[in-house]
Design a protein around this ligand. Structure first.
Ligand code: FMN
Length: 205
């Protein structure tokens, strides 16, 4: 099948993207709202983008259900300039999925789902202690992309502090992926585990 993007509705374009770019890592993002409530939600249009400066990216889609068309997480990041990316691991896939519900901005998903908030070192939003790796971030840039349904805001976060479970990292800063047990996002409500890892040896020079 040959597909020209401009023949697709935003919804169909979205389906093609989330079905083709798989598996995606998941940023479980904790923020604090203007009223002081903590917020937690998962985002899989997420990646690392630079090591120096240390930056990661998250893309927030247009929210038809709020007056400013922003998700609570994006609104909080823009208002406070701070967020924490918590890596999701087994066995927290079910809770992570459930924290994606559209809860009132005044309700904390961390409390609702019985997760443990821990103090961060460089930012105000708490980290989720069930997560084995947490990146404390400040807002580097917020870039609106398009308008209306299908549009997004791309956020670049500057990593200010990193917490890593001691059992997952060696003296050379290698993370043990098998022990990490991360969750990958596929399309719709599908996910994958990282249960089969293989090495291909040195790359050709
Ligand atoms: C695994 C997973 C990944 C998601 N990825 C994204 C994403 O990358 N961008 C986005 O805007 N919404 C994404 N969502 C939907 C948000 O989690 C959902 O809209 C949530 O209610 C936002 O919460 P908030 O309003 O508290 O920020 C994802 C949902 C799930 C379950």
């Amino acid at each position: 099948m040959e597909i020209a993007p401009d023949t697709l509705t935003p919804r169909d374009m979205h389906k093609l993207l989330i079905g083709s770019i798989v598996p995606r890592p998941i940023a479980w993002i904790s923020t604090i709202g203007a009223n002081g409530t903590t917020n937690l939600a998962p985002f899989s249009f997420f990646n690392g983008v630079s090591s120096n400066p240390p930056l990661l990216s998250v893309s927030f889609s247009y929210n038809p259900d709020s007056a400013d068309h922003k998700k609570d997480t994006l609104r909080n990041i823009e208002a406070t300039g701070e967020f924490v990316v918590n890596v999701v691991r087994e066995p927290d896939e079910r809770i992570m999925h459930d924290t994606s519900g559209a809860f009132e901005a005044s309700e904390s998903e961390i409390e609702r789902f019985g997760l443990t908030a821990g103090p961060s070192v460089t930012v105000r939003p708490p980290r989720v202690l069930e997560s084995p790796i947490q990146f404390e971030c400040s807002l580097e840039r917020s870039l609106p992309l398009g308008e209306g349904p299908g549009s997004s805001t791309l956020v670049l976060g500057r990593i200010r502090h990193i917490h890593v479970d001691d059992t997952l990292i060696d003296d050379g800063n290698h993370i043990d992926a098998a022990a990490l047990k991360p969750i990958g996002r596929l399309a719709g409500n599908s996910y994958c585990y990282v249960h089969e890892i293989f090495d291909l040896g040195p790359r050709p020079r």
